[in-house]
Design a protein around this ligand. Structure first.
Ligand code: HEC
Length: 78
C-alpha cells in the first residue's frame, strides 16, 4: 500500500503538466481557459524563471518550452 502511494506521487509529479486541469478546474486555482495560450506561456516562463507561486514554479521547471506551449494550447482559451 505504501509502495503504491509513493508510485502514485511520482506519476502525479511526472504528469502534472498534462494534468493542469486537475488543480485549475478543480477549484484550487483559476480556470486556464479564461486565459489565452499566449498569456499562459508568458506566465509559465515567469514561473520557470522562479517567480511566483512555488507550486507552479516547480511544475514549470519540470517542463520544456515545447511542453509549455503544448499545454498552453491544450488548456488555453479556444
Ligand atoms: C498542483 C496543482 C497545480 C497544477 C497541477 C497546475 N497548477 Fe497552475 N497554479 C496552481 C496554483 C496554486 C496557482 C496560483 C494561483 C494564484 O497565485 O492565485 C497556479 C497559477 C497558474 C497560472 C497563473 C494564473 C494567474 O492568475 O495569472 C497559470 C498560467 C498556470 N497556473 C498554468 C498552469 C499550467 C499550464 C499547468 C499545467 C502545465 C498548471 N498550471 C498546473 C496550481 C496548479
Amino acid at each position: 500500500m505504501k509502495k503504491l502511494l509513493v508510485l502514485g506521487t511520482f506519476i502525479v509529479a511526472g504528469f502534472a503538466y498534462s494534468n493542469c486541469a486537475m488543480c485549475h478546474n478543480g477549484g484550487m486555482a483559476k480556470k486556464l481557459d479564461s486565459m489565452t495560450s499566449a498569456e499562459i506561456v508568458k506566465k509559465m516562463k515567469e514561473y520557470k524563471a522562479g517567480q511566483g507561486n512555488p507550486m507552479m514554479v516547480n511544475i514549470a521547471k519540470g517542463m520544456s518550452d515545447k511542453e509549455i506551449e503544448e499545454a498552453a494550447k491544450k488548456f488555453g482559451k479556444k
